[in-house]
Design a binder for this molecule. Structure first.
Ligand code: NDP
Ligand code: 8X3
Length: 250
């Protein structure tokens, strides 16, 4: 039987590349995001390959999430794979200069949003004693870098939640693991720098950054292992990157 995956943040970057690769491999898709035009485009592009349902909500909106998940069409109601991917950095400032709005956004989206979605889907996985949750963390969840403070805190929280989920869902036979990328060239830095394209591009200049497709490939590898194999925690960087601050730029 075909598997069904729900991917948050499917309108761009890692989530979109994962949706495309899953579709090419016949996985049914529930694709989430806020930009309706992009959801429509994904529906058009991927429907010839697999069944696609698009859902528009903000992961901060817990009541919208709960309502949407309670009213899924029958053919999408059994979710086998949850990819908790929606998230971003907002701002890059020393802690004394950080914006409260940026801090709220990162903690509300990257941490609480991931929890709200998980809370809506875990009960059906527990009932079926089967399921796979992939949490997209970051190298920023493994180490802290200058001016990364609250984004790093949000990804350290994802790291802790990933471990907590794995421990608490162990008795139910559910697979839980994190994929933690280093620098991936997506819309991530455009969002971090609030649309300043030129500044965003400098982040990936002088070395070969990871592509969204590289991470999608890894996520697909993770979900296609035999059921007794759980990739619990995976860190992946560009070859040119050794840590958050050590990057071999030419
Ligand atoms: P993108 O900016 O390209 O994609 C982010 C996705 O998240 C978009 O689809 C966006 O959709 C969605 N999203 C953001 N905020 C919300 C929200 N409030 N509600 C619903 N959806 C939301 O970035 P990436 O693909 O790079 O990022 C994906 C994940 O990977 C994030 O968790 C990020 O932290 C992580 N990551 C990224 C790295 C990188 O270097 N790029 C490295 C390590 C981890 P929409 O705007 O339509 O809602
Ligand atoms: C994204 C990687 O180093 O830009 O999580 O924070 S980094």
């Amino acid at each position: 039987m075909k598997k069904t995956a729900l991917i948050t943040g499917a309108t761009s970057g890692i989530g979109k590349a994962t949706a495309e690769l899953f579709a090419a491999n016949g996985i049914q898709l529930i694709l989430c995001g806020r930009r309706q035009e992009r959801l429509n485009q994904l529906q058009t592009d991927l429907s010839p390959l697999t069944k696609v349902l698009t859902l528009n909500f903000d992961v901060r909106d817990r009541s919208a999430i709960a309502k949407t998940m309670e009213t899924l069409p029958d053919e999408f109601s059994n979710i086998d794979i949850l990819v908790n991917n929606a998230g971003n950095a907002h701002g890059l400032n020393t802690i004394d200069k950080g914006s409260l709005d940026d801090w709220d956004a990162m903690l509300d989206i990257n941490v609480k949003g991931l929890l709200y979605i998980s809370k809506a889907i875990i009960p059906q996985m527990v009932a079926r004693k089967s399921g796979h949750i992939i949490n997209i963390g970051s190298t920023a969840g493994k180490e802290v870098y200058p001016k990364g403070n609250v984004y790093c805190a949000s990804k350290h929280a994802v790291d802790a939640i990933n471990q907590g989920m794995r421990i608490d869902l162990n008795a139910h036979g559910i697979r839980v693991g994190a994929v933690n990328p280093g620098l991936v060239e997506t819309e991530f830095s455009n969002v971090r720098f609030k649309g300043d394209e030129a500044r965003a591009q400098t982040v990936y200049r002088g070395f070969q950054a990871l592509k969204a497709e590289d991470i999608a490939d890894i996520i697909h590898f993770v979900v296609t292992r035999p059921y007794h194999v759980n990739i619990a925690d995976l860190v992946v960087m560009p070859t040119a990157q050794a840590s958050s601050t050590i990057i071999n730029k030419v």
